[in-house]
Design a protein around this ligand. Structure first.
Ligand code: BG6
Length: 494
């Protein structure tokens, strides 16, 4: 079903996100009939560009990054007609007035009822000024709906996030603000909810009576690439943990919502974030949290530079490129179950995986304490492979009573190939339809910062705990020690 017609304003239209994700997502939506014909996209950035130049940027991005080919010339031409470009100095309200003028023309040309979606692929310190100028330039005065879509990071800590939110809420209502966390748009992250709540055999086991621990890994093979300037100020804690990792954790841990409505789902997620056991002192942080940075290393035969040698990175930087932690969700369902979470750049494989390790069957009743009786696992593979499998024990064929682990697998990527919609496609479509379920509400963001801030504070006091791991390895040894203390180990990821 096509979303209602709207003008999409892409701030940061010459940037990386637009090129890699947003243009391809818009094209896929168009191909699938989810955009219909009554839409327009206005590319906005400082640098001058003609409409034709902009359209050819869009074309190149689609050829390189889109899951659909742009080989149907007639279709491409029809799509490209909806794209216009306007150079804009975001600090100057006059440009916004001009943009308003252009918007009215586009409304008329494409038969759009004044609906406006402002997508800010910009640094967060610009969200406030842009919002004020949207208001002062008259862009919020049209008849239809207005929605603001913003990229992470939403602030740097709770205080800056609050300030930012206070600015935005002078212009937009909470229900008009769509805070993107693209992990929530991933197919398998969305599937967690279905698997948990639509199956009789998971929910009864989904608690501290049956689950021994949960392991969440978000590993990347890339380093900081050309984002050193941003990353060096952010680090893994703010870049991945405060948002993507905590969002994944809440999806695993949340209670069934009373209805599948945006607010009901988000209420349950906030409850999980509120139940996270806070680290009350620097000692508690050091006992359960590990930060590390990649040093020189190698992947296959290729040697890789250390983080401090990367472009735009301070050569004495203490920014973490790895974050690992033991986290507890102190509520009835999860009391006592450790969640081990880790994320890092320059690790051996790119993967996002959740492992649910179940408690062992009572020992000695039938099989004694035998090493070949391992725990049952449910493994959810989010990225890049999509699917899940259950690992359980069976008799080794032909043996007397030897036991071997076997797996039952559902491989989604094997069935539908790589053609599942990209996260950005879903999220843009959701925002265009006014479905905010997969976007983070302000209280979720605030609660996530409340959990993260004491970690950042402890790290600021001293950097003596910063560990190092060779690029291309599975991260630092102290994180393995934390898990081993509890009698567990990381399950290998694929
Ligand atoms: C982004 C982070 O939000 O997520 C990047 O800023 C990271 O540093 C990326 O590389 C990972 O996303 P994905 O979808 O490739 O797992």
């Amino acid at each position: 079903q096509a979303a209602e017609g709207a003008v999409y304003y892409l701030f940061g239209a010459t940037g990386d996100l637009a090129k890699r994700k947003l243009f391809p997502a818009l094209f896929s939506l168009y191909k699938e009939g989810k955009l219909a014909e009554n839409f327009a996209v206005v590319g906005l950035a400082r640098r001058p560009r003609t409409n034709d130049q902009f359209r050819s940027d869009v074309y190149e991005s689609i050829v390189e990054f889109c899951r659909y080919k742009a080989d149907d010339t007639a279709l491409w031409n029809k799509f490209a007609e909806h794209f216009v470009y306007m150079p804009l100095d975001i600090n100057n309200v006059d440009g916004f007035r001009e943009l308003n003028q252009l918007s009215s023309e586009l409304d008329k040309k494409f038969d759009i009822a004044g609906n406006r979606l402002f997508y800010l692929a910009l640094a967060p310190d610009l969200f406030g000024p842009v919002s004020f100028n949207l208001r002062d330039g008259g862009l919020l005065g049209s008849d239809g709906w207005k929605r603001l879509v913003i990229e992470k990071p939403f602030g740097y800590d709770l205080e800056s996030a609050r300030k930012l939110n206070a600015q935005l809420s002078q212009v937009f209502k909470e229900e008009e603000i769509y805070r993107i966390d693209h992990y929530l748009g991933k197919e398998m992250v969305q599937n967690i909810e279905v698997v948990r709540f639509a199956n009789a055999f998971f929910e009864p086991l989904w608690n501290n009576k049956h689950i021994a621990n949960v392991q969440i890994t978000l590993s990347e093979t890339v380093g900081v690439e050309d984002r050193g300037g941003y990353y060096d100020k952010s680090g893994a804690l703010r870049d991945m943990m405060q948002n993507h990792m905590l969002q994944m954790l809440t999806m695993i841990a949340m209670e069934p919502p009373s209805r599948l409505q945006p607010e009901d789902i988000r209420d349950e997620k906030v409850k999980v974030l509120r139940s996270l056991r806070p680290y009350r002192s620097s000692e508690e942080v050091r006992a359960s949290v590990v930060r590390a940075q990649y040093s020189e290393g190698a992947a296959s035969t290729k040697s890789l530079p250390g983080y401090r040698q990367e472009d735009s990175v301070n050569p004495e930087s203490v920014t973490e490129t790895y974050f690992g932690a033991r986290v507890y969700v102190d509520n009835f369902r999860w009391a006592g179950v450790p969640f081990y979470i880790r994320t890092g750049k320059r690790m051996p494989v790119k993967t996002t995986e959740v492992v649910i390790e179940f408690k062992n069957v009572p020992e000695n009743v039938l099989f004694g304490s035998r090493e070949d009786v391992g725990p049952n696992l449910l493994v959810i593979r989010v990225n890049p492979m999509e699917g899940m499998y259950i690992k359980f024990n069976a008799k080794r064929p032909g043996s007397d009573r030897e036991i071997q682990p076997v797996a039952m697998e559902f491989c989604q990527s094997c069935q539908v190939g790589i053609n599942t919609p990209e996260a950005y496609e879903r999220l843009i479509y959701d925002a265009a339809r006014g479905d905010s379920t997969r976007f983070t509400r302000w209280d979720e963001v605030a609660q996530a910062w409340t959990f993260v801030d004491p970690i950042a504070k402890a790290w600021k006091e001293s950097d003596s705990d910063l560990a190092f791991y060779p690029a291309g390895s599975w991260g630092p040894e102290p994180m393995d020690r934390i898990i081993e203390e509890d009698g567990f180990h990381w399950w290998p990821v694929n």
